[in-house]
Design a protein around this ligand. Structure first.
Ligand code: PLP
Length: 412
């Protein structure tokens, strides 16, 4: 029976288990007994294969619309496994707007292996691919870049790369596979930091990679098994548990994020309000053409002054200051000083990462509370707006932000 992915997420496939458990059992066993020295069962050693990991990997493959998935110990472990495809002398052509940890792999690990990375503007696919050389083996991009939320045209980039027989890897963490499936647009490899939306509860660090070509699957399996970077069984269970509510969480988070982006835009005191599906975002049409169904839950803006941005995020109470994004509780960060601090200054400048950029990750809290919190923090940070700060009245909701200070919350 062909199931909608929302249904499939709560009915995972898995190895037949005794006692018909509703939830797939967690196989913590590192080894599996064999009938004889030469008779191997489906599983023999957990680094090479584990039933709990199989359940998770088959769920991820279903989310991505087919192929084979591999679960890794973190998002960066997943990215590192993909870079293992390149041999010394080969090159990656990367879009400018990328997560800082990816740039750190590219600038501090790959050069020692003789792999070069060239960053280029990727807004025009042909011009972007025009920067490829005979050594370019892989194009690397995030369809919505972290943290500037630049939208790239995956389909056009894939077509231009295909003409040159270059593989395309897409880190789709910021959108999630429920919104966009890069493999359907022709990408060869799709990566997620599952620490974000897929896990969704800030309690598991994980990464996943999905491919359709068997040759790529064999390569990834060789790396996962050979380097021992697979996600451990209990973490697989945690992640699979998170996946079951992905559709519900994401729907609420996106609804909230859209309202927050609209609120900030209407406030009028902030610059460059960025949310991929917000009216006026330059990437909105590209996403619509690609059949993208939502913009994720990250909203960015600039205040015009680093000190103001700092004051603003420190004045927030519901949005805690945190490096990550995508989970059920809201957070705020200054990417220049946090998630992208490890990127060499020269590269940050070249990519035009503004020091005052504020990145909000929007959770599933009640929207009125979130807007009241933002509104209050904007007042404290001294950001005058066009609209009254009391745009939305929070007091009908049980969580009163006036009731506790951040210090008290931290002490609890
Ligand atoms: C877009 C993106 N890709 C990959 C990663 C790395 O994931 P992890 O932190 O799970 O290693 C991150 C982390 O923030 C990210 O934002």
């Amino acid at each position: 029976m062909s199931l909608h992915i929302h249904t499939r997420l709560v009915h995972p496939d898995g190895p037949a288990a005794q006692h018909r458990p509703t939830v797939a059992p967690v196989y913590l066993s590192s080894t599996f007994d064999q009938e004889s020295a030469t008779a191997f069962g489906e599983y023999d050693y957990s680094r090479s294969g584990n039933p709990t990991r199989s359940v998770l990997e088959s769920q991820i493959a279903a989310l991505e619309g087919g192929g084979r998935s591999f679960a890794f110990a973190s998002g960066v472990a997943a990215i590192a496994a993909v870079t293992r495809l390149l041999k010394p002398g080969e090159e990656i052509l990367a879009a400018n707007d990328l997560y800082g940890g990816t740039q750190r792999i590219f600038s501090t690990i790959l050069p020692d292996r003789g792999v070069d990375v060239r960053y280029c503007a990727a807004s025009n696919a042909d011009r972007f691919l025009g920067q490829a050389s005979f050594q370019t083996r892989l194009v690397y991009l995030e369809p919505v870049g972290n943290p500037m939320l630049t939208v790239y045209d995956v389909r056009a980039i894939v077509e231009a790369a295909r003409r040159r027989e270059i593989l395309v890897a897409v880190d789709n963490t910021l959108l999630s596979p429920l919104n966009l499936r890069p493999l359907d647009l022709g990408a060869d490899i799709v990566i997620h930091s599952a620490t974000k939306y897929l896990g969704g509860h800030s309690d598991v660090t994980a990464g996943v990679v999905t491919v359709r070509k068997e040759s790529l699957a064999e390569h990834l399996y060789r790396t996962q098994n050979g380097e021992g970077s697979a996600l451990p069984p209990f973490d697989c269970y945690q992640l699979e548990r998170g996946l079951r509510t992905l559709a519900l969480r994401l729907e609420r988070q996106q609804e909230n994020a859209t309202k927050i982006a609209q609120f900030i835009q209407a406030h009028g005191g902030l610059r460059q309000v960025r949310y991929p599906t917000l009216t006026g975002h330059p990437g909105r049409e590209i996403l619509a053409r690609e059949g993208c169904t939502g913009g994720g839950a990250v909203v960015c803006f600039e205040t015009g002054c680093v000190e103001t941005s700092k004051r603003l995020i420190e004045a927030l109470r519901l949005f805690s200051i945190r490096v990550s994004f995508g989970t059920v509780s809201s957070s705020a960060s200054l990417p220049f000083y946090m998630s992208h601090a490890s990127v060499p200054q020269q590269e940050r400048d070249r990519h035009g990462l503004p020091q005052d950029l504020v990145r909000l990750s929007v959770g599933i809290e009640h929207i009125d509370d979130l807007i009241a919190d933002l509104s209050r923090a904007l007042d404290i940070a001294g950001v005058p707006g066009r609209t009254p700060a009391t745009l939305i009245e929070p007091k009908d909701h049980p969580l009163s932000i006036e009731a506790s200070s951040k210090g008290e919350e931290a002490a609890a």
